[in-house]
Design a protein around this ligand. Structure first.
Ligand SMILES: Nc1ncnc2c1ncn2[C@@H]1O[C@H](COP(=O)(O)OP(=O)(O)OP(=O)(O)O)[C@@H](O)[C@H]1O
Ligand code: SF4
Ligand SMILES: [Mg+2]
Length: 432
């Protein structure tokens, strides 16, 4: 039973500045990781899934401080008394921060810590230096920690054996190996310093399906043998179905759901997870999933939507989910069109004026009836979810004024059984 927390991330952020002009300064950012709380327990394999561009690799790199954070805190293996403080949001002493916070550690201590985590990248073709022999590629981390050549090469031989490669591969160059063999070399190198935590960033997606299965089996064996803790990143949820203990689902820089594997496959709560799962064939006749088409693209992480980031694509979005007036323009033009809706009589839309995110005005050529508009909105909102965002309307002659509900950010909430969900459906807020 895994219980001890190995990695704890709080409010993790990584914002990449975007250059927009000739000046080097920028105030536009890609919010690749946007306020993530994460806990990974010792010995656990966590599958991190989500569509392309949702921030999986950035989060993985942040967790081993391969990139510098824009905010938040990251702790590695804190002892119980420090853990209690972290959990109860107490301030840590400078000493505690220096010892257990990856972002505050002195560089000498951080260098020592680097032995404890490593990463395997997606592309085994570009991640291995083509000019180096395999023995030196695998030994490189050992040399950087002062290992003598003789000991390092003996260790390389042992590691190659562990990943199922013959010792003579030590004297080959990467181009003399197949994709699967190269990925085994990358895994051997990642294991060289006996790490406790490994990030695997799409380690099998560049490989043929049959080779994928072999590499997954190898990882499974290594995980048991070395009691490794792993974060396995993939955009294909089925890849991690077997190997993971727990699955985390990421959308636009945030974790939206996290649960033990069986629970998430049987009872996904977040509409995004439901859509992801419905798009893959689950080879289990007991699991019946309705096919849900994920419409539209992932919005830009530069300017994410208000409220719940998923609301523009969510088929359950409702009042607090974050609709803004700009999302209402097209739906209103459609539902209040008098050619489509005879109830609108001879009132045609003349002008739509967005005042701010929550207020707008629509001017008609003829007077409209408040009751008629209200009944159309009521009738159409199941189909046109943005209409749920309307809080109140008032009509004065030709002028329709619209006020929207205030957006509420869904927070990750534990609904029991270590199942965390960030969705207003499971944790309904007060509607403002
Ligand atoms: N160095 C960088 N500079 C600017 N933007 C970046 C940088 N690295 C990543 N991004 C952006 O951050 C967002 C998240 O990228 P990331 O690579 O973490 O996504 P991902 O979930 O791993 O996607 P994929 O499944 O395609 O690998 C994307 O919008 C990406 O364009
Ligand atoms: S909070 Fe839940 S219901 Fe609302 S948009 Fe997000 S996922 Fe959909
Ligand atoms: Mg990636």
């Amino acid at each position: 039973m895994v219980e001890e927390e190995l990695i704890i991330g709080r409010n993790l952020k990584k914002f990449f500045p975007i250059k927009t002009g000739l000046t080097s300064r920028s105030n536009i950012y890609v919010k690749a990781v946007n306020d993530v709380d994460i806990v990974i327990k010792k010995g656990e394999v966590v599958g991190l899934v989500g569509e392309t561009g949702c921030g999986k690799s950035t989060l993985g790199r942040l967790l081993i401080r391969l990139i510098e954070p824009s905010g938040g805190e990251l702790y590695f293996s804190p002892p119980p008394e420090v853990l209690n403080k972290i959990k109860s949001n107490q301030k840590l002493s400078d000493e505690e921060l220096k010892n257990y916070s990856i972002f505050h550690m002195h560089k000498n201590k951080l260098r020592e810590m680097r032995k404890k985590f490593n990463i395997v990248f997606q592309d085994p073709y570009s991640s291995l230096d083509p000019r180096m022999l395999i023995k030196d590629i695998v030994a490189e981390p050992l040399f950087s920690f002062g290992w003598k050549k003789k000991d390092a090469y003996a260790r390389v031989q042992e590691l190659l054996e562990k990943v199922g490669l013959p010792a003579e591969f030590m004297y080959r160059f990467p181009h003399e190996l197949s994709g699967g063999q190269r990925q085994r070399v990358a895994i051997a190198r990642a294991l060289s310093l006996s790490p406790e935590f490994i990030v695997l960033d799409e380690p099998t997606s560049a490989l043929d399906v049959s080779v994928q299965a072999q590499v997954l089996n190898l990882l499974e064996d290594l995980r048991k043998e070395f009691n490794l803790t792993m974060l396995f990143i993939t955009h294909h949820i089925l890849v991690v179905r077997h190997i993971s203990d727990r699955i985390m689902v990421m959308y636009l820089g945030k974790i939206v759901e996290s649960a033990m594997k069986d629970e998430i496959f049987k009872d996904p709560k977040h509409p995004y997870t439901q859509a992801l799962l419905s798009s893959v064939p689950i080879p289990d006749p007991r699991v019946k999933i309705e096919r849900i088409i994920l419409e539209g693209d992932v919005p830009s992480p530069i300017n994410p939507p208000n409220g719940c980031f998923f609301h523009p694509r969510c088929r359950h979005a409702f009042e607090p989910c974050g609709f803004t007036t700009d999302e209402l323009i097209e739906p209103l033009r459609f539902v209040l069109d008098n050619k489509r809706n005879p109830e609108m009589g001879n009132a045609e839309i003349q002008e739509m004026n967005v005042i701010d995110d929550l207020n707008m005005e629509v001017t008609f050529n003829n007077p409209v009836q408040q009751g008629v508009v209200e009944s159309i909105i009521q009738k159409e909102k199941e189909q046109t979810r943005a209409l749920y965002g309307i809080k109140e309307i008032s009509v004065n002659g030709n002028l329709l004024k619209i006020k929207m509900h205030e957006p509420v950010d869904p927070k990750l909430k534990d609904i029991g059984n270590e199942h965390l969900v960030a969705c207003h459906l499971v944790n309904p807020p007060e509607i403002k």
